[in-house]
Design a protein around this ligand. Sequence first.
Ligand SMILES: Nc1ncnc2c1ncn2[C@@H]1O[C@H](COP(=O)(O)OP(=O)(O)OP(=O)(O)O)[C@@H](O)[C@H]1O
Ligand SMILES: [Mg+2]
Length: 445
Amino acid sequence: MTKIAQTGTFHKSVPALLADYHDGGEMANADAWLTDTAETLKEALRSYHMKADIKSIRLTPNAALVLFKGNDNISVDRIEKKRSYLYTTWGLDILAVRPGKGYIAVMVKRDSRHVTETGLLWQRRELAETAPYYNTSFVVGEREDSGELLYLNLAHPFGGQPVSGPHTLIAGESGGGKGVLAANLIMDICATNSPEMARIHLIDPKAGVDYQWLESLPHLEGGIVTEMDESSQRYVDLVAEMERRYALLGGARARDLDTFNERVRSGEIDKVQVKVKVATDGPVQEVSFQEHDALVMPRLYVVHDELADYMIDDDYRKDTGSLIARLAAKGRACGIHLILVTQRPDKITIPGKIKANIANKICLRVSSKVNSNLVIDEAGAEDLMGAGHMLAIIGGVPGGAQFAQSSYMDPWDAQLMAEAISEDCPVSDEAEVEDGNVVQMRGAA
Ligand SMILES: Nc1ncnc2c1ncn2[C@@H]1O[C@H](COP(=O)(O)OP(=O)(O)OP(=O)(O)O)[C@@H](O)[C@H]1O
Ligand SMILES: [Mg+2]
């Protein structure tokens, strides 16, 4: 009988690499700036007849977060109306004003932002006990309201957060930090999963320049796709794989991928009878059964950067767009996850039938309120600071869109980490992979 290692760590070489990251600390004057800013803000609001006590103050990577105790003198609207005076008269660049239970939170932009490296966030992160064999929770960034990590829980509740949706949209203008965030997520998948349990399909019309390090990782399935035709074919194959998986799940009476895999691993099932419809001339369809070996199936992560580049092509949108919509609608139970990345968040790039099935929406800086609304159904992302600053709706996380900051991974560091992970995950003789499925699992005996 097979057993999953209960380690809850990264792959072997990763911790040593993470140990090399040191927090340089905040700028020397950051604390003084925070206190000054809070006092100036209080004084400014008072001058506009909004007298309120400060409940708490906090420095985030991008802002001073000042919470005022609520009272009838101040309101979100009244503060919003003074926004331009706060900027021109008081030198306070307001990022956002939000209501809370018993308080109003005001965020004032910092002049110099604090960059957090991915290695530093990972030093703080928690890991599912099944890692590095299998993990489905990944770090999106640091929440600005609390400083806690924001996780994307694609399949299981984790880190005090419920399960998120299975699919994710990352949108924002050029330089917003979409590629860096997508790279963080891909590296996270690779650092915490065995290549047998996580397969990455990467489509990037920009010739994969942002993701070259991924080429050395055994998790990458079939090379980086950089051409439109190849991309269409990849989605045809993915939909066929989805249908194949559904037939297997149905035959095994398993409600989802994890249940199926668990039964295979425990030896409960080793063969599956799959229903096959036989075409007949008459109105009655005949059904026959085919026997298939029951094999553990990996999760498939489909990352498509610069989605708009292809979706503006009418044929692609019509044909491949509907395949993407099918994956979005039905991928969850059989372990297929979409991560769609785009500069343009409009209906051409993300048609309603795709968007309706994407629960995780990460909006980096956009050029207009309209675009912010398109992604997260509210304005605000037009005021974000760029470079990884986001408003994120993560399925299941209460409170609507959350301000957060993603971490930065230097391309050179990414290369080093990818090489280390790939050495940790040699494709061993024992692990024979057929059609993306593990025939025999490495390290699972
Ligand atoms: N989390 C971050 N922290 C600090 N700097 C960042 C972060 N994310 C991005 N940047 C900076 O912004 C630059 C652009 O980021 P990125 O390539 O991810 O943008 P993009 O949204 O993918 O843009 P494009 O649409 O042009 O591809 C990075 O090279 C980096 O300098
Ligand atoms: Mg990019």
